[in-house]
Design a protein around this ligand. Structure first.
Ligand SMILES: Cc1cc2nc3c(=O)[nH]c(=O)nc-3n(C[C@H](O)[C@H](O)[C@H](O)COP(=O)(O)O)c2cc1C
Length: 194
C-alpha cells in the first residue's frame, strides 16, 4: 500500500491551525515549549479537558510526565504589540531547549493554581492536571482536567501560517536546524530508519 504523503500532510496540517505555548513546573523548575498539537477533549462544558502531545525528545515532555501539570496558552494575532509579544513567546520557547538554560525568566508570568507559570502576554490559557497519558512511541499524549482558565487579551487567535510569515528568516533557519535531531529521535522511537 502506498500512501499519498502530500495529501496526508495537507489533511493533518489542516487539523493543527493554532500554535500554543505550553508551560509546566517540576520540582520548582519551570520550562515550556511551543506545540501545534493541542486539542479539546471533552463535550462536558462544566468539566473541560485539554490534550497535548509532546515529543519525548523535549525536556518539557519529561517534566509534564513527572509533575502532571501544564498550562496551554493561545497566542494573540492582534493588535500589533500583542502580535510582537506572541512572536517573542514563539521564538523564546520554540527555538531552543530548556536543557540549554532558562527560557521562562524573560517573560511576564504569574503562578497558576498548579504552580506552573502563566504567560501574561498570551491571549488566553487553560491550566490542567494530567488525568490520562498515552505512550505514542515517539511522543506522549497528555489528557488534562482543566483546573484554571482566563482570557488575558482581546485580540484574535494567532494562526501558524500568519506566525510563520512574520518570523525572521534567521530564526526559521535555526528552528529547522534544531528540528533535525528531534525528527531523528522520533524516527528511532518508531523503529524507522534515521
Ligand atoms: C510551530 C511549532 C510547533 C511545534 N509543535 C510541537 C509539538 O506538537 N510537540 C512537541 O513536543 N514539540 C513541538 N515543537 C517543538 C518544541 O517547541 C521545541 O523543540 C522546543 O525547543 C522544546 O523545548 P524543551 O526541550 O525545553 O521542551 C514545535 C515548535 C514549533 C515552533
Amino acid at each position: 500500500m502506498t500512501v499519498d504523503l502530500k495529501a496526508a500532510e495537507y489533511t493533518l496540517s489542516g487539523l493543527r491551525p493554532f500554535p500554543v505555548a505550553v508551560t509546566t513546573i517540576d520540582e520548582g523548575e519551570v520550562n515550556g515549549l511551543i506545540s501545534l498539537s493541542a486539542g479539546a477533549a471533552s463535550i462536558v462544558p462544566e468539566a473541560p479537558r485539554v490534550t497535548i502531545s509532546l515529543t519525548k525528545y523535549n525536556k518539557t515532555h519529561d517534566m509534564v510526565l513527572r509533575s502532571g501539570v501544564f498550562v496551554t496558552h493561545l497566542l494573540a494575532a492582534d493588535p500589533e504589540p500583542a502580535l510582537q509579544d506572541s512572536l517573542a513567546i514563539l521564538m523564546g520557547l520554540g527555538g531552543s531547549s530548556g536543557r540549554d538554560g532558562d527560557k521562562i525568566g524573560r517573560f511576564r508570568t504569574k503562578q497558576g493554581v498548579t504552580g506552573a507559570p502563566i504567560l501574561l502576554d498570551a491571549l488566553s490559557y487553560v491550566e490542567a492536571r494530567v488525568v490520562h497519558t498515552l505512550d505514542m512511541d515517539e511522543s506522549t499524549l497528555f489528557v488534562g482536567d482543566v483546573v484554571g482558565a482566563e482570557r488575558l487579551g482581546s485580540g484574535g487567535r494567532l494562526r501558524v501560517g500568519e506566525a510563520w510569515k512574520s518570523l525572521p528568516p534567521e530564526w526559521i533557519e535555526q528552528y529547522e536546524t534544531n528540528h533535525v535531531p528531534q525528527l531523528a529521535s522520533a524516527r528511532r522511537y518508531r523503529g524507522l530508519a534515521d
